[in-house]
Design a protein around this ligand. Structure first.
Ligand SMILES: [Zn+2]
Length: 294
């Protein structure tokens, strides 16, 4: 964790709106180094991480929020999630054999042609999973999200995302449901956000960008929350997946390969199972716990 991975929430009570400010530094580095994807894909993945982190501010219980973009284009899946504890992860899946456009704009346009955008909230224990899904619209991820909130929740929203290959910053303002005392306030906030440049977002130390932007607005600033890279995969979860294959499939795997290695798609961690482990799995017992690959 560093001071450059955090989320700050500001509420404008008179305007009945909120602002979320996110900076990701080590999280983006960690995810992108594990993903090993071309720069044009890394750019979209970093932006997806920012969105998942931003949306996590709305989670009021133990759980996880996931942003998922699916398309028929060369980038078939873009997914990022953030849990209540500030743990962020993400993946980008490129269609096999697909030729990637050279610019972020062209890549997004290829995604948007026949894509969908979904936001999913999953409580860790009790409660129902909730999902909102819309056609992917707009020329950028920001525009697609603004369209999502207009269609799915009727909440006016403005998103700004910035990424320079290393650092990543996001700012979102959103009207909250209910009455507004200050009707002009929302227009004022939108105007202020329009003045914000990408360089300024990326160069901001802590929340100084918020202080400069909203210094004349009455606001309540909440304590910053730390964010970090986290993937909840474990050897036990991989075992559960393997057990789900059934005995016949496991026997076939064991006959085919000396050791079976399962890689987590999110964090690239490898879990290796040798013949002893596989025999134990086939017999329904637990394999020994000593052969995780790092
Ligand atoms: Zn993992």
């Amino acid at each position: 964790m560093t001071r450059n991975d955090h989320l700050q929430r500001v509420v404008f009570e008179e305007i009945n709106a909120r602002c979320i400010w996110v900076q990701l530094d080590s999280v983006t580095r960690e995810v992108l180094s594990r993903a090993e994807c071309p720069l044009v894909v890394a750019d979209q993945l970093a932006r997806a991480l920012l969105v998942a982190a931003t949306m996590s501010s709305g989670i009021k219980f133990d759980g996880r929020i996931t942003l998922q973009l699916q398309s028929e284009g060369p980038l078939s899946l873009l997914m990022a999630d953030c849990d209540h504890d500030g743990g962020v992860r993400g993946i980008a899946r490129v269609r096999e054999g697909a030729e990637l456009p050279s610019t972020a704009a062209a890549l997004f346009a290829a995604m948007a042609a026949e894509g969908t955008l979904a936001l999913t909230v999953e409580p860790a224990r009790h409660g129902r999973r909730w999902q909102g899904i819309v056609p992917l619209e707009g020329a950028t991820l920001e525009q697609a999200l603004e369209s999502y909130f207009r269609q799915s929740e009727q909440l006016p929203t403005r998103f700004r995302l910035a990424f320079d290959g290393e650092r990543a910053s996001a700012l979102m303002i959103q009207k909250m449901p209910g009455e507004t005392v200050d009707d002009d306030g929302w227009n004022r906030l939108e105007h202020l956000v329009d003045t914000l440049g990408e360089q300024e977002m990326l160069a901001s130390e802590g929340d100084d960008v918020l202080r400069r932007l909203f210094h004349a607005e009455e606001r309540r600033v909440f304590p910053a929350r730390e964010l970090h890279f986290h993937c909840p995969c474990t050897r036990d979860r991989v075992i559960a997946v393997l057990e789900g294959l059934g005995q016949a499939e496991l026997k076939a795997l064991a006959a085919e390969q000396e050791t079976v290695e399962v890689r987590c798609e999110f964090c690239n961690e490898g879990y290796r199972f040798d013949q002893v482990d596989l025999a134990a799995l086939i017999q329904g017992g637990g394999p020994d716990d000593s052969s995780t690959v790092h």
